[in-house]
Design a protein around this ligand. Structure first.
Ligand code: KIV
Length: 267
């Protein structure tokens, strides 16, 4: 049965923790469906994890839609969230809704936008028009230049109060969930108990209603620009090392005449 935003609301009511993972392609989406992961985020983290950009800022709508369509073909039964890239929702509510509609036409069931404050109007504009929206507060990567680097947010009293107010405003605007990234654990706990919609943490401690990780951090594939796995992530596999080992073994076998052998030949 398909997962919907109503299921996430139920999970929060029932106190049932859940996970979201990023995916950017068809096979990964299929595998995550097999693993019964309920929510996939086609993140703009595709920029620094897949496309080789220094950060998420260069990612375009056509690039996002390309990956969104592949994921939608792989796991249409999961709740699929398309991440609005930088520039796709900052200029006007109309532009945001137009781009969000492209995500829904590409098979996504919802979109995600970063920020509080001014974004709240945009979120309300979209949710009133039938577009489910996930918020994203804290260390929002599209604001890396404004933050002067990837720094934990919400440390001062002011910043804490602002973040709590932003989260409540996003809920009021109709957001169905909020990602909390790179904030102190106790602040994430406070936000999670202040909201009736689920919080989804990444680098925000264990007291959120749900957790999200970038799939490559979980798999141990980290040749991307972030370098090693961040402090808040855990590699549950070492697929990166396995790829290198497998590619080396294949090259050695070909070089030494062990592959292809007779069993792998047509007769
Ligand atoms: O783009 C992304 O993958 C994200 C997650 C880190 C939440 O925004």
């Amino acid at each position: 049965m398909a997962i919907t935003i109503r299921d996430l609301a139920d999970y929060k009511r029932q106190g049932r923790r859940f996970v979201m993972l990023t995916a950017y392609d068809y096979p990964t989406a299929r595998l995550l469906a097999e693993a019964e992961v309920p929510v996939i985020l086609v993140g703009d983290s595709v920029g620094d994890n897949v496309l080789g950009y220094a950060n998420t800022l260069p990612v375009t709508m056509p690039e996002m839609l390309h990956h969104a369509r592949a994921v939608a073909r792989g796991a249409p039964e999961l709740l699929l969230v398309g991440d609005m890239p930088f520039g796709a929702y900052q200029t006007s509510c109309e532009e945001a809704a137009r781009n969000a509609a492209e995500f829904l036409k590409a098979g996504m069931h919802a979109v995600k936008v970063e920020g509080g404050g001014w974004v709240t109007n945009t979120v309300a504009f979209m949710t009133q028009r039938g577009i489910p929206v996930m918020g994203h507060l804290g260390l929002t990567p599209q604001s890396v230049n404004a933050f002067g680097g990837m720094r934990v947010q919400g440390r001062s009293d002011d910043a804490r109060q602002r973040l709590i107010a932003d989260a409540q405003a996003l809920e009021l605007a109709g957001a169905f969930a909020v990602v909390l990234e790179g904030i102190p654990r106790d602040l994430a706990a406070q936000v999670s108990s202040a909201l009736t919609i689920p919080t989804i943490g990444i680098g925000a401690g264990p007291d959120c209603d749900a957790q999200v990780l970038i799939i490559y951090d979980l798999l141990g594939i980290t040749p991307h620009t972030r370098g090693s796995v961040p402090k808040f992530a855990r590699a549950y596999a070492d697929i990166g090392d396995q790829i290198v080992t497998a590619a080396r073994a294949y090259a050695d076998d070909v070089r030494d005449g062990r592959f292809p052998d007779d069993a792998h030949s047509y007769h």
